[in-house]
Design a protein around this ligand. Sequence first.
Ligand code: HEM
Length: 176
Amino acid sequence: MKVGPRPDPGPAIRAGIALGAVAIGVLVAILVLGDAAYMWVKAVHVMAIIAWMAGMLYLPRLFVYHADAAPGSELSETLKVMEHRLLRIIIGPAMGLAWILGLWLAWRGGLLTSGWFHAKLAFVIVLSGFHGFLSTSARRFAEDANTLPSRRWRLLNEIPAVLMIFIVFLVIVKPF
Ligand code: HEM
């Protein structure tokens, strides 16, 4: 079994520090601003979603190229590093932040019993499950053990986009 490139822990530590700083900032905003904090927290929630979705749309695209790259080639090794960093530094922290802030918004806004929120939550859980699948797939690529062809990755690439469309309609239109 081939061993993938050793990840550089530096960027992951910096991402952790940045996430901690945002969490402290949000906590201070909640304590200092009281009710007005809701809109500020919502703004940070949307920023986290943008980062999460950017990664979720880009990672399967990298897998499309990776599936066609010869194992052990320079391209394959470069893609392994890109995939690992994208997951560790962008997608993982952004998803964590989106969940924490989203649940706080739902609780603070009294939305936990709304129908549209339940539907949104269902789609977000599926999106998070897809995130888990991408994470496992990145590990398989790192071990040169991917079995899915690039054509299949091209199709899977559409899943986060479709889920995002439903989620955004639900949270903006609130149809029920
Ligand atoms: C991770 C779990 C998530 C939870 C628990 C959550 C929950 C929430 C809540 C409670 C609000 C406030 C709604 C309001 O004030 O009317 C909100 C706002 C929003 N969420 Fe999420 N959300 C999550 C993930 C997502 C995802 C994945 C997307 C998009 C792909 C998204 C997009 C948005 C948008 C665009 C807003 C602003 C809506 C507005 O101001 O009208 N959220 N979210």
